[in-house]
Write a protein that binds this ligand. Structure first.
Ligand SMILES: Cc1cc2nc3c(=O)[nH]c(=O)nc-3n(C[C@H](O)[C@H](O)[C@H](O)COP(=O)(O)OP(=O)(O)OC[C@H]3O[C@@H](n4cnc5c(N)ncnc54)[C@H](O)[C@@H]3O)c2cc1C
Ligand code: FES
Length: 423
């Protein structure tokens, strides 16, 4: 071989190598470009399982909360439990724009138009569903339990919107939702150790808080108590166990109240009991915690007052109920010299003396057999807006919605004077 031939061969090899490097670089660049493009258009695929795979998530700090409703496409629908009674919906914005951030624990308020063979004319139903992941800009996730008829009335229809979501809403469907709202969320300005207590589907805000807390500060002390009947209702089991094994700062305590014969204590769950104050007192070290609680009415009605009796200050106990569950906290001091206030519900034909032990007019009405539509029960969705015909109300917490003239939100209002409401 002549030296010219050798030179040409080496040159060819160098050119070929450069070509390969350039092709690899171009391919990598193209892959990351496509990824960013998908993220921006809200099309980033949601994880395969119902669980969140990564603790870090893309977050948009600039996107603003929207007014009215925004359309979301159901990108993915995944059952989360053995019974197929709990289902997650991954929602991407139809407009493809990044989603605003929210506070872990907040919810979306949906307006569904539901029709079925029995009632073919669509009816508007408003319901709230908590965002069950930490904030991210490419999709939101909700996790919904199908609500069966009450045990003592098996012949009445199951829950309206939860049945609609489970049975009629498939991947590709469009749902309209108001922007995230709500007052039950992880207080990020306080970096104290936290105790998250979830019962049944009350786990949804805790999942969001748990992920956000781990992402935010991998060393923050977190105690997670989760009560369900048994493994058939245990949602995202492997995922939560994996988080606990990866994060030394996360103490997981799963309680089965009716473990079935195949459930193994120490493997599937830690305690054959309900989550109650006895367990909390036996397990938690003595220190300052922020408590976050969400679960069924009986659990909330026992745990919240029990924590107060244990000496936990009121401002360290944060809770939310998913339905009509008023919680009697400490006895209120007897009111000093107050004029009795009369509340008249005109359509219902009832005039009643206001009882100070109720935290809002909505609970007062329900307790007196007056039916009022409600959604969030926290002044955010506007469902309980009611006309004031006479008198004035005051608010325990300012409403998040713009109210029409001469109306009030019964879920956050109490009477200031004698009152006549249209309901
Ligand atoms: C802030 C907030 C966050 C929430 N987050 C979540 C969440 O993350 N996940 C979740 O699954 N849920 C959540 N919820 C609850 C959710 O909003 C709904 O209340 C729940 O899904 C039930 O609604 P539904 O329309 O299916 O049932 P509904 O139609 O409201 O029925 C509820 C129950 O009443 C029964 N019923 C219906 N008609 C009658 C009648 N005439 N007499 C007696 N009983 C009757 C039904 O059979 C059913 O058992 C949240 C609620 C709030 C307020
Ligand atoms: S129930 Fe939502 S504002 Fe009152």
């Amino acid at each position: 071989m002549t030296s010219l031939k050798l030179f040409l061969l080496i040159l060819l090899a160098v050119i070929a190598q450069l070509g390969i490097f350039a092709a690899i670089a171009f391919y990598r660049h193209w892959v990351s470009y496509e990824k960013i493009k998908r993220q921006l258009s809200g099309m980033e695929a949601a994880p395969e399982t119902g669980a969140v795979e990564s603790i870090s998530a893309p977050v948009s700090t600039s996107a603003a909360l929207w007014q009215g409703t925004r359309n979301f496409r159901v990108q993915r629908k995944i059952f989360e439990d053995k019974n197929h009674s709990i289902c997650s919906f991954y929602l991407v914005p139809e407009d493809g724009q990044p989603l605003p951030t929210f506070k872990p624990g907040q919810y979306l308020t949906f307006q569904f138009n539901i029709s079925d063979p029995v009632t073919p004319t669509p009816r508007k139903v408003i319901r709230c569903y908590t965002l069950s992941e930490q904030p991210r800009s490419d999709y939101y996730r909700i996790t919904v339990k199908k609500v069966p008829p009450p045990e003592n009335k098996p012949n009445i229809p199951a829950g309206d919107s939860s049945s609609y979501l489970h049975e009629q809403v498939q991947e590709g469907a469009i749902l309209a939702a108001k922007a995230p709202g709500g007052h039950f969320y992880l207080a990020d300005e306080v970096r104290e150790p936290i105790v998250l207590i979830a019962g049944g589907i009350g786990i949804t805000p805790m999942l969001s808080m748990l992920h956000a807390a781990l992402q935010d500060d991998p060393h923050r002390e977190i105690w997670f108590f989760y009560g369900v009947r048994n493994s058939s209702e245990h949602i995202m089991k492997e995922h939560i166990q994996e988080l606990a094994s990866k994060h030394e700062n996360l103490q997981l305590h799963v309680c089965y109240s009716r473990a079935d014969e195949n459930d193994v204590e120490g493997v599937d769950y830690q305690h054959a009991a309900r989550v109650d104050i006895k367990l909390l007192r036996l397990t938690l070290p003595i220190k300052q915690f922020q408590f976050y609680i969400c679960g069924p009415k009986p659990m909330m009605e026992t745990i919240v007052p029990a924590l107060e009796n244990w000496g936990v200050p009121e401002h360290q106990i944060h809770y939310e109920t998913f339905g009509p569950a008023s919680i009697t906290r400490h006895e209120k001091p007897a009111a000093v010299s107050v004029e009795p206030i009369t509340v008249t519900f005109r359509k219902s034909g009832k005039s009643l003396q206001w009882d100070d032990s109720f935290s809002c007019l909505l609970e007062f009405a329900e307790d007196n057999g007056i039916e009022i539509n409600s959604g969030c029960r926290a002044g955010s969705c506007g469902t309980c807006q009611t006309m004031i015909e006479l008198g004035e109300v005051e608010y325990s917490q300012e409403p998040d919605v713009d109210l029409e003239a001469s109306t009030c939100l019964l879920c956050v209002a109490i009477p200031k004077t004698n009152l006549t409401l249209s309901a």
